[in-house]
Ligand binder design. Structure first.
Ligand code: C2O
Ligand code: CU
Length: 483
């Protein structure tokens, strides 16, 4: 039924595995002979970044290699990655490779998968790039502040036979809370942010800048890799006449389709690869608008035609991505599990409306249960993670298929992330999803029920948490064991 597959395979066994011709036939990987170890080094340290254009001053930030975002780590699928991470901060850190199916010891979760990296220390991460796609990296130690101060970067794994495009571009989106003098506001972990929608900022950057325009050539085909690195901001990008087609979500290929409702929606940590054909727009100046928050829509930049047209119409090149080597969950035999999210401001009311008021101590997740240290505001199956909560709340049989039904009994959106695996999103409020998309982070609306399915093929204790980093810090996380 299932082929035993372990993302923690060494490169050599990965080659044998993909050569076995199972779910990976679509791979068409001709050149594993060329795979190699690619070495990188990252140094996390305080630095400065010109986030807001002059005459505003530079912003003191925490950066990888002195830049925001950190360097784009780019390898080919099947390569082995080796990354030396040096801690130049005054506090402990780690690096988590978001969305990559790495062996447990390389997952970068302090105390769960490694000792945190002390100031001055170096830790070497090493793993195989088994899935192609758009990923990113960030600390997992006090993420709400370390990521919020600028520690994050893109990680791109190239397909051996990527669809042809004229340009391949990465946009890392972030949202900063800046003061008048362009400094990062110090109020990390504010109780108001923790109990509501997280730390929303006032300045949105693309690759650490605020560009006025994005210049394209008429007729050009662009693969745009969008990464949401914000602590809390959800983006809903409206490209107007450009009508992007989504080809991957969270790095994983999806049947190419138009953005639902004309918006590319990205909760924190989520990614989308879109194909932009710059021939659909008749205007030479098209605003790209973020419509995520109804009362607060704004223009991110203008997409502007410049120069001679490249071609008259969109090229007829194929845009579908080759599959990644993910195991298909078997729905007939899948074990079922339930996860309930509660808490936050107005949470008690939602629980009551959803008929969940019998759910034991969870009512305390509402207004009454809040503590002044900002912890214990959000609950996963009735428990709020305090500090480093390492005991698993769920154990999944290894190599079996599992369905997790998640219920968001709160008044807020939550992007729920599972480490070590990608999962198919199979239903929303009981209705099958159109694309059964593979994700590593699924955005749940208030009161929504979502079912995800996957084969638990990566052994270890894995973090499962909301990627609104203030929610995570205030209890919305837990550990799922695969054994
Ligand atoms: Cu990107 Cu546990 O996180
Ligand atoms: Cu949340």
């Amino acid at each position: 039924m299932f082929n035993r597959s372990n993302p923690a395979l060494t490169r050599r066994s990965f080659i044998a595995y993909s050569g076995a011709g199972m779910a990976t036939a679509a791979f068409g990987m001709p050149s594993f002979a060329e795979t190699k170890t690619r070495s990188f080094s990252l140094r996390a340290a305080p630095s400065r970044a010109q986030l807001v254009p002059e005459p505003h001053p530079e912003t003191p930030a925490w950066c990888y290699n002195g830049k925001v975002p950190g360097p784009e780590l780019r390898v080919r699928q099947g390569d082995r990655m080796r990354i030396d991470v040096t801690n130049g901060l005054a506090e402990e850190t780690t690096v988590h490779w978001h969305g990559l199916r790495v062996p447990h010891a390389m997952d970068g979760v302090p105390h769960l998968t490694q000792r945190p990296i002390a100031p001055g220390e170096t830790f070497t991460y090493e793993f195989d790039a088994i899935d192609a796609g758009t990923f990113w990296y960030h600390p997992h130690q006090r993420s709400f502040e370390q990521v919020g101060r600028g520690l994050y970067g893109p990680l791109i794994i190239e397909e051996p036979n990527a669809p042809q495009v004229d340009r391949d571009i990465t946009w890392v989106l972030d949202d900063w809370r800046l003061t008048q003098d362009a400094a990062i506001s110090d109020d990390f972990g504010a109780a108001m942010d923790m109990s509501h929608a997280g730390r929303l900022g006032n300045t949105v950057t693309i690759n650490g800048q605020i560009p006025e325009s994005f210049v394209v050539q008429r007729g050009e085909r662009i693969r745009l890799r969008l990464i949401n690195a914000a602590n809390a901001r959800i983006f809903a990008l409206d490209f107007g006449e450009y009508e992007p087609r989504i080809i991957a979500l969270d790095g994983q290929p999806v049947a190419p389709h138009a953005a639902p409702g004309g918006r590319v929606v990205l909760g924190p940590a989520m990614r989308a690869d879109v194909i932009l054909d710059c021939s659909t727009a008749t205007n030479s100046n098209v605003p790209l608008v973020d419509r995520a928050y109804r009362d607060n829509e704004y223009r991110l930049l203008d997409i502007v035609y410049e120069g001679a047209p490249l071609r008259d119409a969109a090229p007829d090149w194929d845009i579908a991505l080759p599959d990644n080597p993910l195991l298909e969950p078997d729905m007939a035999s899948a074990r079922r599990h339930e996860v309930l999210f509660t808490g936050g401001m107005m949470g008690a009311m939602v629980e009551r409306d959803m008929g969940l008021s019998q759910s034991g101590g969870m009512m305390g997740g509402g207004m009454m249960g809040m503590r002044h240290d900002g912890r214990g505001i959000w609950f996963v199956n009735g428990k709020a993670a305090e500090g480093h909560m390492l005991d698993p709340f769920l154990t999944l049989e290894r190599d079996a298929s599992h369905v997790i039904q998640m219920t968001n009994a709160t008044a807020f959106h939550h992007p729920i992330h599972l480490h070590g695996h990608s999962f198919r999103v199979i239903t929303r409020d009981g209705a099958p999803t159109e694309h059964r998309e593979w994700q590593d982070t699924v955005l749940m609306a208030p009161r929504e029920r979502v079912e995800i399915a996957f084969v638990a093929d990566n052994p270890g204790d894995w973090m499962f948490h909301c990627h609104i980093l203030e929610h995570q810090a205030a209890g919305m996380m837990g550990v799922i064991r695969v054994a």
